[in-house]
Design a protein around this ligand. Structure first.
Ligand code: ARG
Length: 448
């Protein structure tokens, strides 16, 4: 492909060190790009109608081979681009040499990556939606089950289990939006930028973009071949979604402990211990958390890869693919596994067993005009007094309340029930039953 000025062929050491097979995943996208390029060359008069037809026919044959899984990469193929050109030569002969007219592997690989990301982004969005639906269903199944909501991993306020589960849907919907947004920036064709400076041939980059169904062409040919911010951005979208899944994973691990006892995962989605017969381990959740860590590493790697590069293409950029595919695969795998784990989980959390209704008592005083800070102190004093006698909030009596603050009323005792506390909660978007119903309705509508 580039041997003209060389007196000897590549050394094995060079080959082994520089060739990276991870770009084979771009085969379908490379063919899509080449078909559009050939069509543009034909329309621009840079290829005769006959040559354009021959090249397109050969490329179509390779598309079929790729689809059927019969396309063979050879040891001598430096990358996916040279493999396609080599195969095209085998199929249509010398005219294959015209495919690379007005094109460089630099704009070619830049295009392939964008096409790949547009495609995989749609797949990730679909998988995120499935995850959201499984979470919404789990929330619906939870009905009016009330659990302790936590801050600092200390029981804080009573909340519906459904509200807790739906928090992850709210986050995942933003992850979906991120993938949708970045697709808009990704949808730009670099074809026609050539190696870095365009071409003396009358190429038509606008037409190439149109043929590819992309929203437009590059604005600056040097940027077109040098830019990889769309790769970082995509990797960030994957990694952020992984981080959200990882937080859920941590909770799954906690919830399934004997100590929490909130959930039972399906036998088919958990593993056993080779030593301890009683064990049932949440490996899906643990590996999701573990792979979120590796994803963060790859994202960091992608940023570092770009920071020291002069314009324009540098071979360093070849390394972007291994990292990108690693984060993309991590998310695809984790989404499928976590969706299954939640979709087959049985929730049975115990009611909260600490004074999660303390804030309710304070708010009763607030409604009678007591400044919140004063109300806070009064309830704190009540809890301290009860604790001194080895008692808890639900055991408080009318006398206990009156002894702390005369503005407490006997009916306030009923405020100490966690389910009642949730039942009274009415702030918009808060952890009340009405809000949960509204979220389920709204999220279902957004999920289509
Ligand atoms: N395999 C290369 C990559 O992935 C393709 C571009 C090669 N360009 C070049 N000028 N050597 O980055």
């Amino acid at each position: 492909m580039w041997g003209g000025r060389f007196s000897e062929g590549p050394d094995r050491i060079l080959w082994d060190f520089t060739v990276d097979h991870s770009d084979r995943r771009l085969l379908a996208d490379d063919l899509t790009g080449s078909l559009a390029h050939v069509a543009m060359l034909g329309e621009a008069g840079l290829l005769s109608g006959e040559d354009a037809g021959t090249l397109a026919g050969g490329l179509q044959e390779i598309v079929t081979e790729a689809k059927q899984g019969t396309f063979r990469f050879l040891d001598g193929d430096e990358d996916v681009h040279s493999a396609v050109e080599r195969r095209l030569g085998e199929l249509v002969g010398e005219v294959a040499g015209k495919l690379h007219t007005g094109r460089s592997r630099n704009d070619q690989v830049a295009l392939d990556l964008r096409l790949y990301l547009l495609r995989s982004g749609r797949a990730r969005i679909a998988a995120l939606r499935q995850f959201c639906l499984a979470m919404v269903e789990a929330a619906e199944d939870a009905g009016e089950t009330v659990v302790a909501g936590y801050t600092h991993l200390q029981q804080a306020q009573a909340v519906p289990l459904a509200h807790h589960l739906l928090a992850y849907v709210a986050a995942a919907l933003r992850d979906i939006k991120r993938f949708e947004d970045l697709a808009g920036r990704m949808d730009v064709s670099p074809l026609g930028a050539g190696a870095l400076g365009g071409s003396s041939l009358p190429l038509d980059p606008d037409r190439s973009a149109e043929l590819l169904g992309m929203s437009g062409r590059f604005e600056n040919s040097m940027d077109a071949v040098a830019a990889r911010d769309h790769v970082s951005e995509y990797a960030f979208a994957c990694t952020q979604a992984m981080v959200h899944l990882s937080r859920l994973a941590t909770e799954c691990v906690l919830w399934t402990t004997t100590e929490f006892g909130w959930v039972t995962f399906s036998d088919a989605l958990t593993t056993g211990s080779s030593a301890m017969p009683h064990k049932k381990n949440p490996d899906i959740a643990e590996l999701t958390r573990g792979r979120a860590a590796t994803a963060i590493g790859h994202l960091t790697g992608l940023m570092a890869l770009q920071k020291g590069l002069p314009m324009t293409y540098n071979r360093d950029l070849q390394e972007d693919k291994a990292s990108l595919f690693a984060v993309d695969d991590a998310l695809a795998g984790a989404l499928e596994a976590m969706t299954a784990l939640i979709g087959n989980a049985e929730f049975h959390p115990p009611p909260p067993d600490s004074p999660v209704t303390a804030l309710d008592l304070a708010e009763a005083l607030v409604e009678r005009g007591v400044p919140f800070r004063e109300a806070h102190r009064a309830v704190g004093a009540l809890l301290a007094a009860l604790a001194d006698q080895g008692r808890t909030l639900p055991e408080a009596t009318v006398g206990d309340l009156a002894g702390i603050d005369p503005r407490f009323q006997p009916a306030d005792l009923s405020l100490t029930d966690p389910a009642g506390s949730v039942g009274r909660r009415r702030s918009t978007g808060g952890a009340g039953f009405g809000s949960v119903r509204e979220q389920i309705r709204m999220f279902r509508e957004r999920l289509g």
